[in-house]
Design a protein around this ligand. Structure first.
Ligand code: ADP
Ligand code: MG
Ligand code: ZN
Length: 500
């Protein structure tokens, strides 16, 4: 076991040091086929069933570039405000690892397809930080190793390892930021917000599944500290394995507190990769970092250069969808939201759900009334994300329609929604099964009103004297007698009519 790291209190860290971040995000494209061969690009599947001589690196096999992957790379570059290379090549990054059968990764080195861009990132309170993009380049994924027999699933202590090459050769785009400076205490939040914004962008572009839990979006977080007021960057560590948005924030914060303690104690930071451990929220030392020279990069001789014509690039620019921030601005106007209301929708993940509910026929206000208070409570109670609730926007829209047509009261609508969430079927089925129907039959209501008036003669007398405010007590009694299934407004009308 390694010793427990000493950590510095976070407030002291940011008082004494300025953090510098560098984020490397790998995104797996969801093309039909792999980057350099015709194998299916599918997550999972029986091990070693989506393989061929090319992605297994067998002698004599030759790669061919996937045109769709190049197209996605250019669209990503354009959406990130990058310049697109006139001409660029692939390079071989040489190293040995069992999950990489060719013993080199076909990547791009000093000639990336896209470079010099930026992404504006909104923090939780609405402040916007511009993150500069150094480059976005094309490469291929490795296979997967499964280490068997150890306690941790890591190679240390394992009895043997299994290799699955289904993922070998899956198209990847690596997006690398320039060093992000000046974020101070908010560095961990900036890191999370950047990956979130990038994920939303890639989703809107429809180029990837962007599932961090399945590894189709992965983030390595570089962190260094420099003493307050220093002009030269400190030595960075690169934390790998960060597979959720929350972990990105935690990993950066942990590294800041760890590095600060080392530096304050007179120690030095070693440039190395580190692993993030979800269960403890800490990072541990991996391998000392190779430098570019170690990889012996050289241009890939088996592939022709990629030289996208300007016409093609402009044509692809025309295929860019409405991007997340443009959509937010439009929605804010159309739905007449304040900045805070919009931010709330974005931060709770409700924006898409509200939009889909509006699409299914409600007004924005009706959709928001469900997705901003009642449904988040239910999600919270059930320990799931809002989007993970077992109700669809279309079902919410149908419940709203039942309320609007007078068939359900608001209270009953909540019960219907609970039924749907509990797996009792479609809203209409829940209405049926739970016997939820507004009692609108006037004769039944009149009977209940008469009974309530007879039970409270003094109140009845007051109403007859014109004190209509007293009607509330009778309405309450009728609602109770009908188990809340009457329309309170109609009951009130009947009470007053009976007493005049
Ligand atoms: P590597 O090949 O080591 O992964 P990359 O250039 O791909 O290097 O990525 C390094 C990342 O770290 C980039 O985002 C870069 O901006 C960032 N970076 C460089 N120097 C520092 C530093 N001193 N502190 C924090 N981040 C840094
Ligand atoms: Mg890198
Ligand atoms: Zn293949």
């Amino acid at each position: 076991m390694t010793s427990v790291d000493e950590l510095m209190d976070y407030a002291e860290v940011v008082e004494r040091f300025d953090p510098v971040l560098g984020l490397e995000v790998h995104v797996e494209l969801h093309t039909n086929t792999k980057m350099f061969c015709g194998c299916a690009n599918l997550f999972g599947g029986e091990p070693n069933t989506h393989v061929c001589p090319t992605c297994l690196g067998l002698p004599g096999s030759l790669p061919v570039v996937n045109g769709k992957a190049v197209e996605s790379a250019i669209r990503i570059g354009l959406a990130l405000n990058c310049e697109i290379a006139q001409w660029c090549r692939f390079a071989r990054k040489n190293y040995f690892y069992p999950d990489m059968p060719k013993n080199f990764q076909t990547s791009q080195y000093d000639e990336p397809i896209a470079f010099n861009g930026w992404l504006d990132v909104a923090l939780d309170d609405g402040e916007v930080v511009r993150v500069e993009i150094e480059r976005a380049h094309m490469e291929e994924d490795t296979g997967k190793s499964l280490h068997v027999g150890g306690a941790t699933g890591r190679i240390h202590g394992a009895e043997h390892s299994l290799l699955d090459y289904n993922r070998a050769g899956v198209p990847l785009i690596e997006i690398v930021t320039k060093p992000i400076t000046g974020t101070g205490a908010r560095a961990p939040e900036v890191a999370r917000a950047y990956v979130t914004a990038l994920r939303d962008l890639l989703k809107a572009l429809d180029v990837s599944d962007v599932r961090m839990d399945q590894g189709s979006l992965r983030c390595d977080a570089n962190v260094s500290l420099m003493a307050r007021g220093a002009t030269e960057f400190g030595t960075r560590t690169e934390t790998k394995n960060v597979n959720s948005l929350r972990s990105v924030e935690r990993a950066v914060r942990f590294e800041m507190t760890r590095q600060a303690a080392v530096l304050a104690g007179g120690g030095r930071i070693v440039q190395e990769t580190r692993h993030f451990d979800e269960s403890t929220g800490s990072t541990s030392s991996g391998r000392t970092k190779e430098t570019a020279e170690d990889y012996r990069y050289f241009p890939e001789p088996d592939l022709v250069p990629v030289a996208p014509s300007r016409e093609w690039v402009e044509e692809l620019r025309g295929t860019l969808p409405e991007l997340p921030w443009e959509r937010r601005r439009r929605v804010q106007q159309e739905w007449e939201l304040t900045d805070a209301e919009l931010r709330d929708l974005v931060n709770t993940g409700a924006l898409d759900l509200v939009a889909a509910t509006v699409e299914a026929g409600t007004t924005p206000a009706e959709a928001r009334s469900w997705w901003v208070s009642y449904l988040p409570q239910q999600a919270n109670n059930r320990g799931v994300e809002l989007a993970g609730l077992a109700i669809t926007p279309a079902q919410v829209a149908r419940v709203v329609a039942l309320v609007n047509s007078g068939e359900l009261t608001n209270k009953m609508a909540r019960e219907v929604v609970n039924g749907v969430l509990d797996g009792e079927g479609e809203p209409e089925a829940v209405v049926e099964a739970r016997g939820l129907k507004v009692v609108s039959d006037d004769s039944a209501l009149e009977r209940a009103v008469d009974e309530a008036l007879a039970a409270q003669p003094d109140v009845a007398a007051k109403i007859r004297d014109g004190k209509v405010a007293a009607a509330g007590a009778i309405v309450g009694a009728v609602m109770k007698a009908t188990k809340g299934q009457a329309d309170a407004k109609r009951v009130r009308e009947l009470v007053i009519a009976r007493c005049s």
